[in-house]
Design a protein around this ligand. Structure first.
Ligand SMILES: Cc1cc2nc3c(=O)[nH]c(=O)nc-3n(C[C@H](O)[C@H](O)[C@H](O)COP(=O)(O)OP(=O)(O)OC[C@H]3O[C@@H](n4cnc5c(N)ncnc54)[C@H](O)[C@@H]3O)c2cc1C
Length: 658
C-alpha cells in the first residue's frame, strides 16, 4: 500500500490501496501521486487535503505543525476566530502530544476546529480547521493513541511554504496577497518591503509585466475580473517615487567575496541586488552607455518611462553596487581576467541582442529604407541616435518588438505604419492590450501575409512583395502553421522596412576553451535549479538562458543565481534551499494537477476600477506614458477585492532519506 488520501483534492475522503478502507467513488487518479514528489516526501498537507505515501505515519504531529505554522507565521491577526482559535487549538494539540491530554480534549478540538473552519475570515485559518476536523474523523485512532502515550515528530522533519495561485504563477514568487493587503491599508512602504524581498524593480514590473499572476487570480477563476495585481505594485512604487521617499532598505556591510555581473539588464540587476543583500561587493560590467538592458534600449518610454528605470537603478547603486558602462565582455576583457582580478564568481546576464533576419531577397543588398532589425532600430532611438524614416513604414512580425517598433514610428511622425504578420491576430505573441492600443492609434495590420522580396528603384525601397498565407496543421508550438497560398503574390507599397521577427544572443566570443556549454538555440546551458553553467563558478540567467522572454523571468533567474552564488562561494557547493525546493515542487505539481489552493470565500462586489489612459490622438504626438495607472482611491477599492486565498503547503520529509 502506498497512498492514503484524505480530503478535497478530488472527491475522495479516504482511500487505501490494498483492499482495506477504499472509499467509494473517486480514486487516486485525480490526485498528485507519490511520483509527483521526491522519494523522501512521506506526506503532504495543504488547504486541498492530505496525502500520505508511507505506512505507519502519524497524522497528529503533522496537523499540529500545520496549525503551529499558521498560528505563528501566516495568520493575519485580523479576526479573533483565526488568531485566538488557532492558538487554543495549538495549546490543546501540544498538551495531547506531550501525553498530558484527555479524551474530552478531542471533543473540544472538534468544536474548535469547526468554529475555525466556519468563522475564520479567510482560508488561511479555515484550512487548519478543516484539516483538523477531517483528521479527527478519519484518524481518530492516532489521536486516541496520542492522548494515551503522547507522540513526537519521529523520523520526519516538516517543510512548509505558503503559496497562492497568484504567488505560485509569478516567476519571482512574490507574496502578492501580502502586499495587496498593505495597499488596502495604504501602507505603501510595507507593500514595497514585501515586494523587494523577492523582486527588486517594482516600478518597472508594475508597468510592463505580462502579469501571469492575474490569469491565476482566484477572483478571476470565480468569474469576476482579476485583481489588477501588476498595477497595484506600480501604485506603491510610484508613491515612493513621487513623494521622494527613501526606500526602506538598510545598507549591508559588504564583507563577502567580490562577484562580477555581466550585463545591466533585469537579470544582471536582480543578481546584483540580491548579492548585495547577502553582503557581496558587486561590479556590473555593461557594454552599452545605459543600464537597464532591453528595458532601457528596447521597451519604449511611452510604456516604460526612463525616470522610473533610472530611479530603480539608483536605489541599487546607493546600496553599494558599482556599474561600469562601456565595458564589453569579449572585447575589453575576458572571463578569465575576471577571476585573475579576484572575482570569486561570474554571473552572465547578456540578454538576446542580435536580430533574426527575414532571409528574403534584397534584405542584404544595402537598399535605403531597409533596417537590420527591430531591436537595432529601437536601440538607436533609445540611445538618442539620429534615425530617419520614410512616409510609409512596414514592420514584419507579431511580437512585442514589432508592436513597439510600429508605435514608435507613429510617434516619430511616420504618416503610414503597417504590420505584416504571417498568422492571424489570435496567434500573435504580443500582449493583446498592446495590439489593441496599436490599432486605436491607427496602425494597419496585414494578417496571413508573408514577405518574399524587397522591391527597389535606384537602391531605394519601393515596396514589399508578399504572399498570402492560410493556416494548416498545428506546429510544435501548438499554433497552426501558416502555409503559402500558391499564386497569391501581391505588392504592398512602402519606403521603409523594419524586420522584427525575433532575436538571439551574441555569444561568438565564448570559445570552447571557456568551458561554457552553448545550446543549439544559441543560449547558455545551465542547471535550472542552481543557474550554474557547465563551468563551475559561472552562472547565467535571463534571456541568454531562456531565449527572449520577459522581465519578470529574467529577474527571477537573477535572484536564484545570486542565492546560489552566495552558497557556492561560501561552501563550494550549490544546494537549493528548502524554500527554493518547495517553490519548484509546488510549481511542478500545479502544472500537472491544477492549483493546490483555491479560495472559498466569494469575491466581494464592487471595485473593477479602470486605469487611466491617454486618448489615442494625444498619445501619438509624443513619447509620454500612455497609461497613468490607478489613483490611490482606485487602488484601495481594487486591493479590497483580494480574497487572500493563500494556503500553507506542508511536507513531511523522511530525515534518513534526505
Ligand atoms: C521591444 C521589446 C519589448 C519588450 N516588452 C516587454 C514587456 O512589455 N514586458 C516584459 O516583461 N518583457 C518585455 N520584453 C522582454 C524583456 O525586455 C527581456 O526579457 C528582459 O529585458 C531580459 O532581461 P536580461 O537581463 O536577460 O537581458 P537584457 O535586458 O537584454 O540585458 C542584457 C544586458 O547585457 C548587456 N550585454 C550583452 N552582452 C554583453 C557583453 N558581452 N558585455 C557586457 N554587457 C553585455 C546588454 O547590453 C544588456 O544591457 C521586451 C523586449 C523587447 C526587445
Amino acid at each position: 500500500m502506498k497512498s492514503i488520501i484524505l480530503g478535497r483534492w478530488g472527491k475522495v475522503l479516504r482511500y487505501r490501496k490494498n483492499g482495506e478502507d477504499v472509499t467509494e467513488g473517486g480514486g487516486p487518479e485525480d490526485f498528485p501521486s507519490e511520483k509527483s514528489f521526491p522519494d523522501n516526501v512521506v506526506a503532504v498537507m495543504s488547504g486541498k487535503g492530505f496525502l500520505q505515501f508511507k505506512e505507519n505515519f502519524d497524522f497528529v504531529p503533522m496537523v499540529a505543525e500545520y496549525v503551529k505554522q499558521i498560528q505563528t507565521k501566516y495568520c493575519c491577526g485580523k479576526c479573533i476566530t483565526g488568531i485566538k482559535g488557532s492558538k487554543l487549538i495549538l495549546v490543546t494539540l501540544d498538551r495531547i502530544m506531550r501525553g498530558e491530554g484527555q479524551e474530552s480534549d478531542l471533543v473540544l478540538l472538534r468544536r474548535m476546529a469547526g468554529v475555525l473552519n466556519d468563522a475564520a475570515k479567510c482560508s488561511v485559518c479555515q484550512s487548519a480547521g478543516e484539516l483538523l476536523s477531517d483528521g479527527l474523523e478519519h484518524f481518530r485512532e492516532h489521536f486516541l493513541n496520542a492522548v494515551k502515550h503522547g507522540v513526537s515528530d519521529g523520523p520526519f522533519r516538516f517543510v512548509g511554504s505558503v503559496s497562492a495561485p497568484c504567488m505560485n504563477t509569478c516567476p519571482c514568487h512574490i507574496n502578492i496577497p501580502g502586499y495587496v493587503e498593505m495597499l488596502q491599508e495604504l501602507r505603501y512602504g510595507e507593500a514595497l518591503e514585501i515586494i523587494r524581498r523577492e523582486m527588486p524593480l517594482p516600478g518597472i514590473t508594475g508597468r510592463i509585466c505580462p502579469a501571469p499572476c492575474e490569469k491565476a487570480c482566484s477572483v478571476a477563476n470565480m468569474g469576476d475580473v482579476a485583481i489588477p495585481i501588476k498595477t497595484l505594485k506600480r501604485v506603491a512604487a510610484d508613491y515612493e517615487m513621487i513623494h521622494h521617499l527613501k526606500p526602506p532598505l538598510e545598507k549591508v556591510e559588504l564583507t563577502g567575496d567580490p562577484i562580477a555581473v555581466i550585463g545591466a539588464g533585469p537579470a544582471g540587476l536582480s543578481a546584483a541586488y540580491y548579492l548585495n543583500r547577502l553582503g557581496h561587493p558587486v561590479t556590473i560590467f555593461e557594454d552599452l552607455p545605459e543600464s537597464g538592458g532591453m528595458v532601457a534600449v528596447g521597451i519604449p518610454p511611452y510604456r516604460q518611462p526612463r525616470d522610473v528605470l533610472e530611479r530603480e537603478i539608483d536605489i541599487l547603486c546607493d546600496l553599494g553596487v558599482t556599474v561600469k558602462r562601456g565595458a564589453k565582455l569579449g572585447k575589453h576583457f575576458g572571463i578569465n581576467d575576471l577571476f585573475r582580478e579576484g572575482y570569486r564568481a561570474v554571473f552572465l546576464g547578456l540578454g538576446s541582442h542580435k536580430s533574426t533576419p527575414l532571409g528574403i531577397k534584397g534584405e542584404t543588398d544595402g537598399i535605403a529604407g531597409v533596417f537590420s532589425g527591430g531591436i537595432d532600430f529601437l536601440r538607436n532611438i533609445n540611445l538618442g541616435k539620429e534615425v530617419s524614416l520614410g512616409e510609409n513604414v512596414i514592420i514584419v512580425g507579431g511580437g512585442n518588438t514589432a508592436i513597439d517598433c510600429a508605435r514608435t514610428c507613429l510617434r516619430m511622425g511616420a504618416p503610414k505604419v503597417s504590420i505584416v504578420y504571417r498568422r492571424t491576430q489570435s496567434e500573435m505573441p504580443a500582449e493583446p492590450e498592446e495590439v489593441e492600443d496599436a490599432g486605436e492609434e491607427g496602425i494597419e495590420f496585414h494578417f496571413l501575409t508573408q514577405p518574399i522580396e524587397i522591391l527597389e528603384r535606384d537602391n531605394k525601397m519601393t515596396g514589399l512583395k508578399c504572399i498570402r498565407m492560410e493556416l494548416g496543421e498545428p506546429d510544435k508550438s501548438g499554433r497552426r502553421r501558416p502555409v503559402p497560398v500558391q499564386g497569391s503574390e501581391f505588392v504592398l507599397e512602402a519606403d521603409t522596412l523594419i524586420p522584427a521577427i525575433g532575436q538571439t544572443s551574441a555569444l561568438d566570443f565564448i570559445s570552447p576553451d571557456d568551458g561554457i556549454e552553448i545550446t543549439r538555440h544559441v543560449t547558455i546551458k545551465v542547471d535550472p535549479s542552481t543557474m550554474m553553467t557547465s563551468r563551475p563558478g559561472i552562472f547565467a540567467a535571463g534571456d541568454v538562458v531562456s531565449g527572449p522572454l520577459t522581465v519578470v523571468h529574467a529577474l527571477a533567474g537573477g535572484k536564484r543565481a545570486a542565492r546560489m552564488i552566495h552558497e557556492y562561494v561560501n561552501t563550494g557547493k550549490c544546494n537549493p534551499s528548502d524554500s527554493q525546493w518547495m517553490e519548484d515542487l509546488i510549481a511542478k505539481i500545479e502544472e500537472n494537477h491544477g492549483v493546490l489552493v483555491t479560495a472559498r470565500t466569494p469575491s466581494r462586489e464592487g471595485g473593477k476600477v479602470s486605469t487611466m489612459k491617454l486618448e489615442p490622438l494625444e498619445r501619438i504626438d509624443s513619447f509620454r506614458e500612455v497609461d497613468s495607472g490607478l489613483t490611490q482611491k482606485g487602488s484601495f477599492i481594487e486591493a479590497s477585492r483580494c480574497l487572500r486565498c493563500f494556503h500553507l503547503i506542508l511536507l513531511a520529509v523522511d530525515k534518513a532519506a534526505s
